[in-house]
Design a protein around this ligand. Structure first.
Ligand code: SF4
Ligand code: SF4
Ligand SMILES: [Zn+2]
Length: 279
């Protein structure tokens, strides 16, 4: 690690998504954090099913697939991972929740939504009641008993707590005004018109380009390539990373990031204790 003190600056926090900058760090740490958020932070998901009746036009397999991908609210501290539970994974109230989907259409068609799922535990319910599951014709019925448990994204995508989790290098862009000749294309500064991300704009006072929104830079280098006077320098900063993380809604963002960092710390502790034995 380049510095013993990596730190985080939150750029934007909006509902289920966050954009933050991880500073004074390195690619190995940033990538480990990203991968753990995606694949190792556990969340609740429906993983076992007993289909008692399904006369809908949807095949059982498709129905089960849809239901398993509905994000459920997760109380990480209230449940055990099945493999670490006292029941040894057989299924008990400390590691498993039962949910029932029981909808029967009367004389007219009915749409089945996630709000029709009834949970035996109010801590574990669909994060949103508006997910459509199936359309039933008059007289059709769906009756399914389901079992939710904690799991990890590396075992099955249904347990992934994030719908997006990515980072990019922080862009270091320098515009050298002593080399810039303010060249234009159809009246717009060439580098400004070439930038696909709206990062560059013209400074109305000086007429030179300036960085209006550097965090939006995709490091595509189009501005560097279009500048015939080498007035733009672009260098990815491999000690700072712009993260974008979006929760599925199962866990709050701070819990996902905190849990991922804790898991990473535990892995490091385990590694250190193992190599300590070789001293
Ligand atoms: S392309 Fe180069 S020379 Fe032209 S305005 Fe941009 S920085 Fe200046
Ligand atoms: S590297 Fe690409 S996105 Fe970034 S400022 Fe230049 S043209 Fe815009
Ligand atoms: Zn159990």
């Amino acid at each position: 690690m380049n510095s013993p003190n990596p730190f985080v600056e939150i750029v934007e926090l909006k509902g289920l998504s966050i954009r933050f900058i991880l500073k004074n760090s390195n690619t190995a740490f940033a990538n480990a954090l990203r991968r753990i958020m995606i694949s190792e932070v556990p969340v609740m998901a429906i993983s076992d099913f007993a289909i008692i009746n399904n006369t809908s036009p949807i095949f059982d397999e498709i129905l089960v697939h849809r239901l398993s991908l509905i994000p459920l609210t997760t109380d990480l501290d209230g449940f055990n991972l099945p493999e670490k539970c006292v029941c040894k994974g057989i299924g008990c109230s400390r590691c498993q929740v039962t949910l029932i989907l029981n909808v029967k259409a009367g004389d007219s068609p009915v749409t089945v939504y996630s709000r029709d799922i009834v949970s035996s535990d109010p801590r574990v319910i669909p994060i949103n009641g508006d997910f459509p599951i199936a359309k039933l014709s008059a007289g059709d019925e769906i009756l399914i008993e389901m079992y939710a448990r904690l799991g990890r994204g590396k075992d099955n995508a249904r347990f992934q707590p994030v719908s997006a989790c990515a980072y990019k290098y922080f862009p270091r862009i320098v515009i050298n005004t002593s080399s810039c000749v303010k060249c234009t294309n159809n009246g717009i500064l060439k580098c400004v018109s070439e930038c696909p991300k709206g990062v560059l704009d013209v400074n109305v006072e000086t007429g030179y380009p300036y960085l209006r929104d550097p965090l939006n830079c995709s490091l595509c280098k189009a501005c560097v390539d279009v500048c015939e006077y080498n007035a733009i320098e672009l260098k990815p900063d491999d000690t700072s990373f712009i993260f974008y993380v979006e929760s599925t809604g199962s866990l709050p963002l701070h819990k996902i990031i905190y849990t991922a960092a804790t898991i990473l710390a535990e892995k490091c502790d385990e590694f250190l204790s193992k190599i300590g034995g070789f001293r």
